[in-house]
Design a protein around this ligand. Structure first.
Ligand code: DGY
Length: 311
């Protein structure tokens, strides 16, 4: 039997094997491995991870393709326009990872501003000699302006969390959408980027990586932030110019940087590993059991629809 669904990985939960039962046959082969290339000509649906960058050559080698599904909400690693031009559906996982990702952005923010890693290490290394008035003083969040890049579902969910902590959310959005939020206020203004940067004591990135947003937080943009500002990135690495952020951390202009994503990940600029006032995580934004299960269900439902309806 020919391979109809070609996946680069197993997914969390039963959804992918159920899809394979409904549209046999499912094959799992590592991305760009000889097995994967061999199965490509027969494949009607691809399942990839956010680390698998599909190329035009891959698409050309898959004449039967009806759908490309990614186990992520981000689609920056999929040639969406080329797929659309060939009538190939692009399926992702919007909606189901909103809270998990906003929670992780908040975790980074609190860990950074309350110096959680340093405190834990003090205890674990046995170096803690007792409470002291000025020990590991962090900074509070209430009353501060919180700039949010992107007012899609994750940006809005982060705004709710920022509001709950007493911060004032401010939005910039690449599509000019307003920061209309469903907490009791509609008072999260949308600002031009330069104005938002000037005000943001905290800046959290929640927009996709596109041609427009790549390198958007470059040195001049970061220099606009108030001294001591904290930057959080749970979106995509290419949006923040990392060397500029590292320089501004070293100069003291930035008060801290919390990262879950990196340009060229999993390779990490080694300067991050030595940088002060950072919290570094390995792309855990959507990493809860419930979320990864829901992502698999969302993706496989979308692929089933595409396989059923496309000829
Ligand atoms: C996504 O799905 O694009 C997220 O980056 C996962 O954490």
């Amino acid at each position: 039997m020919s391979t109809r669904i070609l996946s680069t990985s197993a997914l969390v939960g039963p959804a992918l094997s159920e899809l394979g039962g409904r549209f046999p046959e499912l094959r799992i082969a590592a991305f760009h491995s000889p097995e994967w290339h061999a199965a490509l000509p027969e494949a009607e649906a691809l399942v990839v991870l956010l680390s698998d960058s599909i190329t035009a050559t891959d698409l050309a080698a898959a004449p039967r393709l009806k759908a490309v599904g990614t186990y992520s909400v981000g689609v920056n690693h999929v040639p969406v326009q080329a797929c659309e031009a060939r009538g190939i559906a692009v399926v992702n996982t919007p909606g189901v990872l909103t809270d998990a990702t906003a929670d992780l952005a908040l975790t980074l923010l609190l860990a950074l501003t309350r110096r959680i890693s340093e405190g834990e290490s003090l205890v674990r290394t046995g170096d803690w000699t007792g409470w002291a008035p000025d020990q590991l003083l962090g900074s509070g969040l209430a009353g501060k302006d919180c700039g949010i890049l992107g007012s899609g579902p994750i940006g809005l969910a982060f705004a709710r969390r920022a509001w709950a902590l007493g911060m004032q959310p401010l939005f910039w959005d690449r599509e000019g959408r307003g920061g209309k939020v469903d907490f009791e206020l509609d008072q999260a203004p949308r600002l031009p980027l330069s104005d938002l940067l000037t005000r943001s004591a905290v800046l959290s990135i929640h927009c996709p990586l596109t041609d427009q947003t790549r390198g958007m937080l470059n040195r001049p943009a970061l220099e606009r932030l108030p001294a001591g500002a904290v930057v959080i990135n749970t979106a995509r690495g290419g949006i923040l110019e990392e060397d500029a952020a590292l320089d501004l951390l070293a100069s003291g202009h930035l008060g801290g940087v919390g990262l879950d994503v990196y340009d060229g990940e999993p390779r990490i600029n080694p300067r991050w590993l030595q940088a002060p006032r950072t919290v570094l995580l390995p792309h855990l934004g959507s990493a809860t059991m419930e979320t990864r299960d829901a992502m698999a269900r969302c993706l496989c439902d979308g692929l089933a629809a595409a396989l059923s309806t496309r000829r």
